[in-house]
Design a protein around this ligand. Structure first.
Ligand code: GLN
Length: 218
């Protein structure tokens, strides 16, 4: 990638050297960790891998990658990160979860294993593997509230959707058409953001940019 210099910081009128680069952890237990690291770097953050409680304690914010939520859930317990992570979320740490990361951030999950654990970062109920077999993986263009620049390409891979969003939860995107039209696929509650799809794989960095700015504003 050779566009690092021009991509750093999203305000072209500001000298990139004077903009703080927040330290954003990427939960590195399983999933598409490297993709998030690369995009965070391009969006003006210093990404670091988080596998231990001490590493979690040192970050300004955390990204939970896509992958397999029940596996990540198990590893959170094995690596003794589950309680520390719940505590940091309760204390207001900004977080962004894509796909499996969205599932982990929910406070209730349908169609998962009975022993799966969740973080209650967002007051929502999420249905795992919600799109069913026929559209198990697909791409679409959708409107994403609060980002400029027109529709966003969204890649869904055995994705969840949000079945219930609590009162304090802002709906940022819905499926525009097809059998799942209207389903909620991006949400925000305070400084916690979640998408059913994978903005880390499309080359469109607007969601990560929004997240980095949100972290910087805290
Ligand atoms: N289906 C996966 C799960 O249940 C999520 C898929 C993904 O992250 N791409 O965790």
């Amino acid at each position: 990638m050779n566009d690092t210099a021009v991509s750093r910081g999203s305000r072209p009128d500001v000298d990139p050297a004077s903009v703080t680069r927040p330290t954003i952890g990427v939960l590195a237990l399983q999933g598409d960790i490297r993709e998030h690291v690369a995009v965070l770097d391009l969006c003006g953050a210093d990404p670091v891998l988080v596998r231990r409680p001490a590493e979690l304690a040192a970050v300004d914010a955390l990204v939970l990658p896509g992958g397999e939520s029940t596996t990540i859930s198990k590893l959170l317990e094995v690596f003794e990160l589950l309680e520390p992570l719940r505590e940091r979320l309760r204390d207001g740490m900004p977080a962004f979860g894509s796909c499996a990361g969205m599932i982990l951030l929910a406070d209730e999950v349908l169609d998962t294993r009975p022993d799966a654990r969740h973080l209650s970062g967002i007051d929502m109920t999420v249905r795992r593997n919600a799109f069913g077999r026929q559209v198990d993986s697909f791409e679409t263009d959708l409107e994403f509230a609060g980002v400029d620049g027109g529709p966003m390409r969204a890649v869904f891979i055995r994705a969840p959707w949000v079945e219930r969003a609590g009162d304090g939860v802002e709906v940022l995107a819905r499926v525009p058409s097809g059998p799942a039209a209207g389903r909620i696929v991006a949400v925000r509650q305070g400084a916690v953001l979640a998408t059913s799809f994978h903005p880390e794989v499309t080359g469109d960095h607007r969601v990560h940019r929004l997240f980095v700015e949100l972290v910087r504003d805290r």
